[in-house]
Design a protein around this ligand. Structure first.
Ligand code: S3P
Length: 425
C-alpha cells in the first residue's frame, strides 16, 4: 500500500500568513506613527508589496522577523518614478491598485508572465465607479495603469467572493477618505477589515457586507502575524496521509474565513485538533495537532465553503487520490484564474502520474484509487502545485519529480527543508 512506512513527527513553526503580511505592510504605511510587526512572511510575494510601497515613498526596511515601519498617514504616498513591479503577486497588484487610486496618484503596475495574464477588470470596474481611471490591455491583465482622482462613495456588489477585490475597494476608500460598502455572495477572508478595525477605523461587518465609514485615520499596528493556515495545510495533509505518527503546527491562524481545508480533512476522516486557542492582533490563533493513520473517504465541497479553502483546493485534489470513493469540488471556477489554471493543472498532473481525475467547468472529480504515482509534475511556476505534489512525493511507493521546486519561494521559502524534517521512513 502506498504510504506504508512513512512516519511523521515533530513540531513545526509555519511561516507568517501571506495575506496578513501584505496587509500589515500596507496598513503600517498608511498609519500615523510607528508600527511594530513581528513574524512577517519573508517570501517573494511579500517582497513585491514591500518594493511597491518603497517605490511610493514609504521607508520599508528589509523584511525581518521584527519590523518597525513609520507611516505618515493615508495621504502621504508619492507618485512613483518607475513601474510598480508586483512579481507573481495578485494581492500586491489588486490591493495596491486601490491604494494608488485613493491616493490620487498615477502608476503603472507590471508583473511576471503568470500575473500579467490574471484578470484585472474586477478592480477596474469598482475603481472607475469611484472616479479613478484604469487602463488595461485587451486581455484584461497587466500592465495596468491606474490614474487616481478625488473618489466618491461606493456601494459595490461583487458577483464572486474575492478578498482582493473587497480590500482594493476598502483601501481606495480609506485613502480617499470616503465611505465604501462591499457586498459579496459569500464571505471572503476578512483580514483587511479586522486590521483596519484594530487600528481604530470605524468598520461595520455582517454576514455578506462590509462598510468602512468616511474619514478614517489609522493608528499604528502592534502585531504578531499568525502562522499561515494555507502553509500549515500541506502538513495537515501529509499527516492525514501518513500511516503513523503525529504532527503539531504551532501558532496557526484559525480565522474561520480560512480554515475550510481543516474542516474538509476532518470530514474525510482525519484527526485534527485545535489546542490553546487564543487571539493575537485581532486574529484567532491555535496549535494544530494532526494524528496520522486515519482511513480517509471522499467528500463533496461547494457553495459558500469554497472561499474558505480556495488556495487549498489543489491539495484537496491530491489528498482525494488516497481517499475511498469520490472527492468532488464545484463552484470553484475562480481556480482557473489563480497563479495557474489550477483546475486544469492539478487534474492533468494527477492523470499524468497515474491517478483517476476529471475536470469540471468549475471544479474537479478525483476517484480515490490509492495509486502509485510516477512521473514529472509540471507546476507552471505555481507554488501551491509544487507543494501539493511535494506532499505526495514523500509517500513511499511514489516516484514523483517536480519541474520547478524553487517556485515555493512565492509563499513558503523553507517548505522543502520543513518537509524533510518532519518525515522519516
Ligand atoms: C488573497 C485572496 C484570495 C487568495 C489569494 C490571497 C488575499 O484571492 O486566493 O491567494 O490575500 O486577499 P481572491 O480574493 O481573489 O479570491
Amino acid at each position: 500500500m502506498t504510504g506504508r512506512g512513512l512516519r511523521v513527527s515533530g513540531e513545526l513553526q509555519v511561516p507568517g500568513d501571506k495575506s496578513i503580511s501584505h496587509r500589515s505592510l500596507i496598513c503600517s504605511a498608511l498609519a500615523e506613527g510607528t508600527s511594530r510587526v513581528r513574524g512577517v512572511l519573508p517570501s517573494a510575494d511579500v517582497h513585491s508589496t514591500a518594493g511597491v510601497l518603497r517605490a511610493l515613498g514609504v521607508e520599508v526596511p528589509a523584511l525581518a522577523p521584527s519590523m518597525v515601519i513609520t507611516g505618515a498617514g493615508r495621504r502621504s504616498l508619492r507618485a512613483p518614478h518607475s513601474d510598480l513591479d508586483c512579481g507573481n503577486s495578485g494581492t500586491t497588484s489588486r490591493l495596491m491598485a486601490g491604494v494608488v487610486a485613493g491616493s490620487g496618484l498615477t502608476a503603472r503596475f507590471t508583473g511576471d508572465a503568470s500575473l500579467s495574464r490574471r484578470p484585472m477588470r474586477r478592480v477596474k470596474r469598482p475603481l472607475e465607479m469611484m472616479g479613478a481611471t484604469v487602463e488595461l490591455p485587451q486581455h484584461g491583465g497587466l500592465p495596468m495603469t491606474v490614474r487616481g482622482a478625488p473618489l466618491t462613495t461606493v456601494e459595490w456588489r461583487s458577483d464572486t467572493p474575492s478578498a482582493q477585490v473587497k480590500s482594493c475597494i476598502l483601501l481606495a476608500a480609506l485613502c480617499a477618505g470616503v465611505e465604501a460598502t462591499v457586498r459579496e455572495p459569500s464571505r471572503s477572508r476578512d483580514h483587511t477589515e479586522r486590521m483596519l478595525a484594530s487600528q481604530g477605523a470605524e468598520v461595520w461587518v455582517n454576514e455578506d457586507a462590509v462598510l468602512l465609514f468616511a474619514g478614517q485615520r489609522l493608528a499604528p499596528l502592534d502585531l504578531t502575524v499568525p502562522g499561515d493556515p494555507s502553509s500549515a495545510a500541506f502538513f495537515a495533509a501529509l499527516a492525514a496521509l501518513a500511516p503513523a505518527g503525529e504532527l503539531r503546527a504551532l501558532g496557526v491562524g484559525v480565522n474561520e474565513t480560512r480554515t475550510g481545508f481543516f474542516a474538509a480533512l476532518r470530514e474525510m476522516g482525519a484527526s485534527i485538533e485545535l489546542e490553546d486557542a487564543r487571539r493575537e492582533g485581532g486574529e484567532p490563533v491555535a496549535e494544530l495537532r494532526i494524528t496520522a493513520g486515519a482511513a480517509l473517504h471522499g467528500i463533496t465541497v461547494g457553495g459558500p465553503a469554497i472561499p474558505t479553502l480556495i488556495d487549498e483546493l489543489p491539495l484537496l485534489a491530491c489528498v482525494g487520490a488516497y481517499a475511498e470513493g469520490e472527492t468532488r469540488v464545484t463552484d470553484a471556477a475562480e481556480l482557473r484564474v489563480k497563479e495557474s489554471d489550477r483546475i486544469a493543472a492539478v487534474v492533468q498532473n494527477l492523470r499524468t502520474l497515474g491517478a483517476d481525475a476529471d475536470e469540471l467547468p468549475d471544479g474537479f472529480v478525483v476517484r480515490g484509487t490509492r495509486p502509485r504515482l510516477r512521473g514529472m509534475v509540471t507546476t507552471y511556476g505555481d507554488h501551491r502545485l509544487a507543494m501539493a505534489f511535494g506532499v505526495l512525493a514523500t509517500l513511499p511507493g511514489n516516484e514523483i519529480a517536480i519541474d520547478d521546486r524553487e517556485c515555493v519561494a512565492v509563499s513558503y521559502p523553507a517548505f522543502w527543508s520543513d518537509l524533510a524534517r518532519v518525515t522519516e521512513r
